[in-house]
Write a protein that binds this ligand. Structure first.
Ligand SMILES: Nc1ncnc2c1ncn2[C@@H]1O[C@H](COP(=O)(O)OP(=O)(O)O)[C@@H](O)[C@H]1O
Ligand SMILES: [Mg+2]
Length: 336
């Protein structure tokens, strides 16, 4: 349903004048060669710290960020240029639930108008009241909410309205950016249950974007971990939770991992910026296990077993040498 191949999103930095200065950083790659896919009816969790490029990726899928390289396909459709016309079909098939729904919901519009706005934008004629009731029903809100304004909604209710709005045009793909951020734990659970049951009922694919690894565990089929605009680990959710291979994933999982190596799981060191990417493995400035080789050579994403892939020279696979697993290089062999 969603196929992203080698995607680079590049922004110019500073003013034209500052870019002309010798040695100036002229652009930053917010996404630096991202590939991922979400099969029909499945859920991929995209996880990374704040600033890693998650929101940018969601926006890029509907044509709202400058693509410097790579390709995006939604339901087999690939836009051929940056024009709105080219992206229109993809936007119709993709429901986006924005980060911070309160900011995304126009305070002057009633819930009835908010959830049916996608029809208006697309010039579609509908029985507004009936359609709005249907959408609210899908997300478990009674019709008495139709005449409310955003400031009259709780955080959880606002999120449900955002979900209803994303569902309006019966999309094949839903992108949910931090769907549970800022909600109480019990409301977070309710919202995740709602997303899961909607998927069972309507069969959409989901891309769930979050900085919170824990919430993805029960609602995703696969996860991808992003660091500085690159995927550093990806695989079936249960496999990555059981045997996280990248030290960054380990750190995100915290002390919960059974396979914690000495020194792993605590991030120290300098957090790099996009305008000054570290040499070699870009995680080396924070990695407790980094070697000179890591500082010099960038690891590429390679397969550990099946769909489990990692970009690390010293992946933490149950602390066993790699050769014991699949006849691949052992840890020592990987360090020339
Ligand atoms: N329009 C833009 N121009 C320049 N830099 C941007 C722009 N949009 C986002 N960025 C940068 O891209 C990085 C990733 O941002 P974002 O995608 O919002 O990350 P996340 O959602 O993971 O927190 C940040 O460093 C941000 O400053
Ligand atoms: Mg974000």
């Amino acid at each position: 349903m969603l196929e992203i191949h080698d995607l680079v999103v590049r922004y110019k930095t500073g003013s034209l004048f500052s870019r002309l200065q010798p040695g100036a950083v002229k652009h930053v790659d917010v996404l630096a060669g991202v590939s991922l896919h979400v099969p029909p009816g499945k859920t991929l969790g995209l996880i990374g710290e704040s600033g890693s490029g998650k929101t940018t990726l969601g926006r890029t899928v509907i044509g709202l960020a400058p693509i410097a390289r790579g390709s995006i396909q939604v339901n087999g459709r690939e836009p051929n240029d940056a024009s709105d016309l080219s992206w229109r079909a993809i936007r119709r098939e993709t429901g986006l639930i924005f980060q911070d729904p309160m900011a995304a919901l126009d305070p002057r519009m009633t819930v009835e108008h908010l959830v049916t706005e996608p029809f208006t934008v697309n010039g579609r004629d509908i029985k507004r009241r009936a359609e709005a009731s249907r959408l609210l029903d899908l997300v478990g809100l009674p019709s008495l909410f139709l005449d409310r304004y955003p400031h009259q909604l709780s955080g959880g209710q606002a999120r449900r309205v955002a979900v209803a709005r994303a569902l309006a045009l019966r999309p094949k793909l839903i992108i949910a950016d931090e769907p549970t951020a800022g909600l109480d734990l019990s409301v977070q659970g309710e919202l995740l249950n709602l997303l899961t049951s909607l998927q069972q009922e309507l069969g959409m694919s989901y891309l769930i974007i979050t900085h919170n690894l824990a919430i993805t565990r029960h609602v995703t089929d696969r996860i991808a971990i992003m660091y500085l605009g690159r995927i550093v680990e990806t695989g079936p959710t249960d496999v990555v939770f059981r045997a996280p291979a990248h030290p960054y994933t380990q750190a995100l999982l915290g002390a919960k991992s059974k396979h914690k190596l000495p020194g792993a799981g605590v991030l120290t060191g300098e957090v790099p910026t996009l305008s000054h990417r570290p040499s070699g493995c870009e995680f080396h400035t924070r990695c407790p296990l980094a070697t000179d080789y890591c500082r010099a050579a960038a690891p590429s994403l390679h397969s550990l077993s099946g769909e489990h892939q990692v970009a690390c020279h010293t992946p933490l696979i149950n602390a066993q040498p790699l050769s014991a697993q699949t006849g691949r290089l052992s840890l020592t062999e990987m360090h020339p």
